[in-house]
Design a protein around this ligand. Structure first.
Ligand SMILES: [Zn+2]
Length: 78
């Protein structure tokens, strides 16, 4: 068992990997658990971190005018 750096819960790295992969392979998004988190975060923390990174990326694109501007989204993630 490994301790998650985010929530402090003990978790199994292979479970976290499966959980992460199940979510992102279904969405057909790039994102390898091992590459990004290397067993440092449990599945749900890794998923929520990836999601907030994606949302922050979209917010930056909105500010730059590369994506339709959504004030609420920008306020939430930047
Ligand atoms: Zn966690």
């Amino acid at each position: 068992m490994t301790k998650c750096a985010e929530c402090g819960n003990d978790f199994d790295v292979s479970d976290a990997r499966d959980e992460y992969r199940a979510e992102w392979s279904a969405a057909d998004e790039e994102g390898e658990y091992d590459e990004l988190y290397e067993g440092g975060l449990c599945g749900s923390c890794a998923l929520s971190q990836t999601e907030s990174n994606l949302n922050a990326g979209r917010a930056i694109m909105m500010v730059n005018g590369d994506e339709d501007y959504d004030q609420e989204h920008v306020d939430s993630y930047l």
